[in-house]
Ligand binder design. Sequence first.
Ligand SMILES: Cc1cc2nc3c(=O)[nH]c(=O)nc-3n(C[C@H](O)[C@H](O)[C@H](O)COP(=O)(O)OP(=O)(O)OC[C@H]3O[C@@H](n4cnc5c(N)ncnc54)[C@H](O)[C@@H]3O)c2cc1C
Length: 398
Amino acid sequence: MEYLLKLLRSFHEKEEDKAQVDRFASLLTDRVIPQYPTMCEAGVKIRNSKATFPKAWRTIYEGLKRVGFFRCFIPHEHGGFGTSEESLYSYMELLGYSCPSLGIMFVAHGRAVDMILIGNSEDQKAIYLPRFADGEFGAIAMTEVEAGSDAGAIRFSAEQAGENYLFNGQKWFISNAGLASIYTIVVNTKKKKSPRALTAFLVENDVEGFSVEDLPEKDGLKLLPTGRLLFEDVTVSRKNMIGPEGRGLLLAMNVIDRGRIHIAGICCGLAYRIFDEIFDYSRKRVQFDHPLTSSQEISFKISDMYTQINAARGLCFYALRQMKTPFYRGSSSQAKLFASRMAADVARSGQIILGGRGYLRSNVVSLLSADARGMEYVEGTTNIQRMLISRELFRAQQ
Ligand SMILES: Cc1cc2nc3c(=O)[nH]c(=O)nc-3n(C[C@H](O)[C@H](O)[C@H](O)COP(=O)(O)OP(=O)(O)OC[C@H]3O[C@@H](n4cnc5c(N)ncnc54)[C@H](O)[C@@H]3O)c2cc1C
């Protein structure tokens, strides 16, 4: 962690930003990193519509609130810290290093916050942003059984009834299911398959007719609640509409661009943790009377791991610089595409260097390896990133 911390601190000029990185990192070092393997073993379950976490979670959650982590996603004028993009990115790397599930929880949370910011209703901002700042979790719900990569196929029915809408449908694979108290959700208000029929709303977790179910156990990301949201005749006020009717998909796609850089940051942190573990191990492990690092095959593999991590990090910083340009979507997709595959490759190299130990499920590199594989699906699969990159390339050529 020390080297990563030094590097991340060097990205910040202001002393207060460096101090915030330090506060956050010491919480992760003291409370999260030591608990990661046992928390993965216990996992999170959704019961009676609520996510039930291992015992250590309560202290972690209180610690995150104490260091003001929830405020980092909120602008100054709404009770937040107005944290810079570079700082937020650094926090994502630190989360990826410590517990990737926790990172994804905050990516989903951050996108719910962004949906409300981008929707730009002063009433919604005044009601919900202070609650997010105080530690309530948000979620973003798009995926349905029949509408995954093809979000334009969302069918979830929202029928207008006067000033309200009647929600009937299901979402699945939703991060923070059973944890969030505020869900941002993209639904179909026109009963036809068209991106223009999709509208975003926010829904609180205690509305009548709403429930949450667990999904079958995931391969990795054991601490991330991932569930199914069920709506049966749920009445949602028009006041809860985010942005104009028919613009839900557009709004969601815009906030997900930022999410992709954050996922890429988590991947860099995750891969760096594996690198740290392997670097240490390979110097200490002696076979044929020599440390593993005396073999060129092993030391070259370690050099490649390190270079790949920094290449992914470079793409993340490039994407952060493109934020206000027309090339933002393509560059955030490139960062996510490269970093998620890089994390899976680094994990595989790490497991090979560990030998048989790398095949033990309880080994931290095995746990991180299963987490890394999950990164290729979140915020759009690898092929969807390629699709977005090629669309931007061909549009630029016209
Ligand atoms: C851990 C985790 C957390 C998640 N969190 C959320 C969340 O918070 N909110 C949310 O809404 N969703 C969430 N998802 C869902 C995720 O966004 C979807 O799994 C993803 O969009 C892919 O959809 P799908 O699983 O239906 O796969 P499909 O869309 O069925 O795709 C299957 C395969 O086909 C490929 N494919 C599809 N279409 C094409 C094409 N035209 N060209 C080439 N290849 C194609 C895909 O890349 C993929 O490899 C989460 C998923 C996971 C695993």
